[in-house]
Every structure is written in C-alpha cells, then in structure tokens.
Design a binder for this molecule. Sequence first.
Ligand SMILES: Nc1ncnc2c1ncn2[C@@H]1O[C@H](COP(=O)(O)OP(=O)(O)O)[C@@H](O)[C@H]1O
Ligand SMILES: [Mg+2]
Length: 240
Amino acid sequence: MKEIITPPLLEVKELSVNYGGIQALKAVDLFIRSGEVVTLIGANGAGKSTMLRAISRLIHPLRGQLVYNGRSILRCQPHEVVRLGISQSPEGRKVLARQTVLDNLELGAYTRSHRETQADLDRQFALFPRLAERRHQLAGTLSGGEQQMLAIGRALMSRPKLLLLDEPSLGLAPTIVREIFSIIRNLRATGVTILLVEQNAHLALQTADRGYVLEAGQITLTGAADSLLDDERVKKAYLG
Ligand SMILES: Nc1ncnc2c1ncn2[C@@H]1O[C@H](COP(=O)(O)OP(=O)(O)O)[C@@H](O)[C@H]1O
Ligand SMILES: [Mg+2]
C-alpha cells in the first residue's frame, strides 16, 4: 500500500522566546499532524504557556519558524491566526466574570457571521449541557469546572482546526477533571486537532497520541504517548 505523507498541520521550528534576560524557550522543535492530540507536559515554569502564546501570536519569538497549513504565521496578528483556524483556551480560563455565559461564547465568535453563530452556540450547548442550563448566568458565578467548559466552548466558537488548551485541569476537583478530559476525547472524535498543555501528565498522556516533555525551555523527550507513559524518566519526574 502506498503511504500518503501529509505535511503537519503545525510545525514549530527552532523556536526561541526571551522575556528580557530570561530564555523561556530555547530552539524548540515540535509538530502536530491533522487529527492528532499532542500533549506538551512539563513542570511549572517550563515554558508551556509561552509556547501556546507564541503560536497564538500573543508574544513574538526571538528566532524560529511557525508554519501552519504550509504557510508562515510568524507575521500574523492574533486575530488573523484565529481566522486561519487556531484558537486557544488560556490558562486560568480568563472568562469575563460580569458577562453572561452567552455573551462570553458570542465573544469567541467574532470571526464568524451572525447566522453561523447560532449554529455554533447550539453545538457548544450540546457539548456542554451545563452551560446550556446556565446560559443567562454571569460567568463569574460559575464553578471552576463550568468556567473551564466556558473557556473551551468560547475557543470552539471560531470553529478551530487547531485547538490549544492550556492546563484545562488546573485547580479542579478530580470528578470535574475526568469530565473535562472526557469532553476532550469527544472533541478529538469530531476531528479537531488538539495541542494539550498539562501538568497532569498522567491524564494528558492517556488522552494524547503523542507527547513532548518540556524542561526549562527545551524538549527533553518526545514519542508516542503510551511509550512516554512507560518511560522511567517520565514516571520518575511526572507520574510519581
Ligand atoms: N510575561 C513574562 N515576563 C517575564 N517572564 C515571563 C513572562 N511569562 C513567563 N515568564 C517566564 O518564562 C518562563 C516560562 O513560563 P511559562 O511559559 O508560563 O511556563 P509554564 O506555562 O510551563 O508554567 C518562566 O520562567 C516564567 O517566569
Ligand atoms: Mg502555564
């Protein structure tokens, strides 16, 4: 059988990011194929959020390449990246507390037409029934887990091809964490490509196809998620 090799959906090449004197990413290479769930795991301060923020064009790399769908996005503005199909659910959710669930979701749809937005809202409410029940509630009064669902739902409103999730399990109770991960698995079944940043390495590797381990701004290990789950170094540092 002839193997068809499609180029990756996203290719990060030798990406370096500095904050003043701090080198947060040091020549990082990473790729994601269409349809994959790829996880980036690492300790606090390793540079995970920096990677996602660079892809979203919220920060400017010092050096390196970001190639999405065959084109460089290095010079794109953040809103252009969203239009091209990349959307991020940020660390700490960042929902607008004094706006309703509905308003927060509609904010995520600013690149879409009014007609499309209604269909997209219906899709989010089907995916997150808890948000449907609370559509007129102020986002600040939602539980942490519900706010996380809202942050993911808001990111999905632009119908991304590539969804960037920054620590969706952070600070949530175990039952809610399981619920969030089951939603992530449902999402992958709909064909959206996901880059999942997590400190919960165990759940992330159980959910992903492949993984990268980031330590102090450098990739130290990469491979199939199940092989990383079995790797002694990963077990010792992240699964203990
Ligand atoms: N806006 C910023 N200004 C200066 N340093 C920053 C900034 N954001 C992050 N850093 C530093 O960059 C490094 C990586 O941070 P971050 O990407 O947030 O790590 P992670 O998401 O893996 O916890 C840390 O040393 C952090 O202190
Ligand atoms: Mg972070």
